[in-house]
Design a protein around this ligand. Sequence first.
Ligand code: ADP
Length: 291
Amino acid sequence: MTQLRDVLAVDPESFRLDKVDPKGTPGLPDTKAVRKDAKAWSKEAVAAIGSELAAYQEKLFASAKSGQTSRRVLLLLQAMDCGGKDGTVRSVFGGLNPTGIKAVSFGPPTDEEKRQNFLWRVERALPAAGQVGVFNRSHYEDVLVVRVHDLVPENVWSRRYDQINKFEAAQAEDGLTLVKVMLHISPEEQRQRLLDRLDDPAKYWKYNPGDVTERARWDDYQAAYQDALTRCSTVANPWFVVPADRKWYRNWAVATLLRDALASIDPQYPPAGFDVETERQRLSTPDSHGS
Ligand code: ADP
């Protein structure tokens, strides 16, 4: 059976971002339930996948706690403004145990971060063994916004693709399963989402006038994404592009990609590090308070 990851993975040789329909639903199962009401189906499917994720997460956490594994998982989300990164995190991570999650957002670098290599802050933010991490933006901003706005000279950002590939390869060697997802929206959808924010006082806090300024650079961002996606989609660490105009498809696709990544690790509960029968005996007298 074709897996969703095979449908959505970026092939560095042939991928064209401008050929991906943001309203598309590639890999969606063709079943009666989907045809009847895709939104309702997705809600149920995402809830069911959420239970699977929670079970995998607990096993991953348990196996790392017992020193059995150094494996960890990181969902890395990139998108144009209003692309739905926050909504995706809420939907996909909602049912997970916060103790095993590490969520990090990346804004413009601080003065301290600017003095370091661009990967410095990223390395510090990686999930620990047994954790499932999520990045809201990432080191890819250093070849996206930085490139579009000439924040560093071209001879600096142009070397970063290789540096990123080396960094991610080393992390993979060290037990990190990276799920890199670009949520791909159309400019019309972005406009609509911005307008929706203006229509609802409870959403003013999400409205950033700067996003409208950035919209003017749409084509430059798409060109920067095209290069980042193709130059940094490797066998060990592929990029996935998820059409994201339809939120119900987006949530299902990202949850599925993350679930499949955990399934491929197949974490197991560690065996008891003690003799179960002896321990049962020690607890057999109700008033012994242990011995
Ligand atoms: P979000 O839009 O992700 O919800 P913010 O509104 O705080 O969160 O936006 C974060 C901002 O930080 C974005 O405009 C993004 O381009 C910027 N940013 C992130 N990383 C970098 C970087 N390395 N250099 C410059 N700007 C960055």
